[in-house]
Design a protein around this ligand. Structure first.
Ligand code: ZN
Ligand code: ZN
Length: 258
């Protein structure tokens, strides 16, 4: 059994065959898929998907790319939508100082506002951190006392950074890039992170693992990521699948699928 802890099933890349994509994931024994909002519209679409498909849960939020366009009304909406059934976290939220599609100061502002929403609703967070490790760490540290927890999605740092996040109460989510030949840093992380703090994700439709590299990614492919990590750690596929699924349920307060 597996869980894809982060996918964008609302995106247009799935418009023509969403049902089949979800069926294929279920056939691959992927029991839950967590679909992720990146703005108000996609958050509302994520909610719709959770009502259509029993195995789907959602997280909602404003992605750092969209921070420039976010106003107070949007943030109020996020707080409201988050109270619906099957919405299990605020995210993805964070900082992207690689693409810089929104002004850095505004990214920081919207990130902090959404962390406050998560705390007020007692929900975990899904963090996007691209080339913004120091700022992300500092901001999350400033909320440490609140008991905030969450996952660092598509983790892109080294083992020391992973360890720092783990010590702060976060889970490290490993994407399909760990299957790439030249991915020594993320492979090192996948080898050394304590198994009870690791999650697996596709970030579909992006970042398809080998042997699908360069094509559209989909939640069923999370099996390839699990297989690679089992090999890297010299443990069974079943152990990786079981423990990472358990971690997702623990973090997001889901019941463990039978
Ligand atoms: Zn992201
Ligand atoms: Zn994402």
């Amino acid at each position: 059994m597996l869980i894809d802890s982060h996918a964008h099933l609302d995106m247009k890349q799935f418009d023509s065959d969403r049902d089949q994509v979800i069926d294929r994931a279920l056939s691959a024994d992927v029991r839950h898929i967590i679909t992720v909002g990146i703005d108000i519209k996609s958050s509302l679409n994520a909610v719709k998907l959770t009502t259509h498909y029993p195995p789907i849960f959602a997280t909602i939020g404003i992605h750092p790319h969209n921070a420039d366009n976010a106003n107070n009304n949007d943030l109020e909406q996020i707080a409201l939508i988050a109270q619906q059934d099957k919405i299990i976290a605020i995210g993805e939220i964070g900082l992207d100082f690689f693409h810089n599609r929104s002004a850095r100061q505004k990214q920081i502002e919207v990130f902090i506002q959404q962390l406050a929403i998560a705390i007020s609703l007692d929900l975990p967070v899904v963090i996007h951190d691209r080339e913004a490790h120091t700022n992300t760490l500092n901001i999350l540290s400033s909320f440490k006392k609140s008991g905030l927890k969450g996952m660092i999605h598509c983790f892109s740092g080294d083992y020391n950074l992973a360890k720092t996040f783990i010590d702060m109460g976060y889970y490290i989510s490993i994407p399909g890039t760990v299957t790439f030949n030249n991915a020594s840093q993320i492979q090192d992380v996948a080898r050394r992170v304590p198994l009870n703090r690791m999650l697996l994700e596709t970030d579909a439709p992006f970042l398809a693992p080998t042997p699908y590299r360069g094509n559209r990614n989909e939640p069923g492919y999370v099996t390839h990521t699990a297989q690679k990590i089992a090999k890297l750690r010299d443990v069974s596929f079943e152990e990786i699948s079981y423990q990472t699924s358990k971690n997702v349920c623990q973090l997001f307060n889901l019941s463990f699928p039978e």
